[in-house]
Design a protein around this ligand. Structure first.
Ligand code: NAD
Length: 289
């Protein structure tokens, strides 16, 4: 396998594609934003002019796009223009239904397709330390592991098509809920006149410990460096968190799952996403509590 097409060169895709190019693959890129293609061209990524052009003569096509509607349009365009049988990996975070229906379409065309959303944010994309949650056929996952290993440090096979997306939604809903909990806890501690560094020291090794405290504490100068130390520049924006929570709510409705806290988290992050802090890191939710 040598020829890779990468569609969607935004905050994540621009960084992920460079690891593949540095590893010696012939990587071509396409994004509707021409400037982004100029940026990655500096790392040896060839510019293509359209989805139809990038679909030709590839061994692998990776998509990293904003949402399910766009992924659906782009992959239909890919299916209509491919000249051989490339494997397709969709790394975007999208709804489970779109992911499953694209898989069915790919089956009918004998094209292997994996859903492989990621966790780890732009820093993980830059450092090649993303976690991939992968749905689809296991033998295709095994074949693609060397590719995942170039862009990430952990790849987990989650099950049938759509399972990667479903896993991502469950993870991000929990992340949203814990971040709100951390915000409430530290805000109350401030009102109780506690030293927040001492509180961090206790919580991060006590029963309240979780990733939102230990790795991403939303208080400046408390815990490891996090967006709170950089005026809440993202990271992972409130807008993206709001999008993921809406996907979780749809999945819960379809499966009759009770997600009261998830619903409350969606309300809070959507309000933040629509306000002045929408582009800020999601951990700035502490300011909205
Ligand atoms: P982004 O908006 O920075 O990048 C998406 C890119 O897709 C943009 O550059 C846009 O121009 C391009 N695009 C849109 N429509 C297109 C089309 N029809 N053809 C070609 N290109 C098109 O978004 P991002 O932050 O890179 O996120 C991408 C995906 O990864 C999203 O689904 C997001 O939820 C997910 N994700 C993001 C993060 C993060 O921290 N940013 C973390 C995990 C997962």
């Amino acid at each position: 396998m040598k020829e890779i097409g990468f569609i969607g060169l935004g905050n994540m895709g621009s960084k992920m594609s460079v690891h593949l190019s540095k590893a010696g693959y012939n990587v071509s890129g396409f994004d509707i934003d021409n400037k982004l293609m100029d940026e990655v061209a500096k790392f040896g990524i060839k510019k293509e002019n359209s989805v139809s052009e990038i679909s030709k003569n590839k061994d692998l096509i990776i998509t990293m796009l904003p949402n399910g509607k766009i992924v659906n349009e782009v992959l239909n365009d890919v299916f209509n223009n491919i000249s051989n049988y490339p494997t397709i990996i969709d790394c975007s975070t999208i709804d489970v239904n779109t992911s499953e229906s694209l898989y069915k379409l790919s089956l009918s065309k004998n094209i292997p397709l994996l859903d492989a959303p990621v966790s780890g944010g732009t820093i993980g994309a830059l450092n090649g330390t993303l976690t991939f949650m992968v749905g689809g056929e296991k033998d295709i996952f095994d074949k693609m592991l060397p590719i995942f290993n170039l862009m990430g440090s952990k790849s987990v096979y989650c099950g049938n098509a759509g399972s990667g997306q479903a896993t991502k939604l469950c993870n991000n809903m929990l992340l949203a809920i814990t971040m709100i909990g951390v915000g409430e806890s530290f805000n109350m501690a401030k009102n109780l006149k506690l030293d927040l560094n001492i509180l961090y020291d206790v919580i991060s090794t006590a029963t309240g410990s979780c990733w939102s405290v230990n790795n991403y504490c939303p208080i400046k100068n408390v815990g490891p460096v996090s967006p709170a130390d950089n005026n809440f520049a993202p990271g992972f924006s409130a807008k993206l968190m709001s999008k993921d929570l809406k996907l979780a709510i749809n999945a819960a409705k379809q499966t009759n799952s009770n997600i009261e806290f998830g619903q409350k988290a969606e309300e809070m992050f959507t309000k933040m996403a629509e306000g002045v802090n929408g582009e800020k890191d999601f951990s700035a939710i502490i300011k909205e509590i």
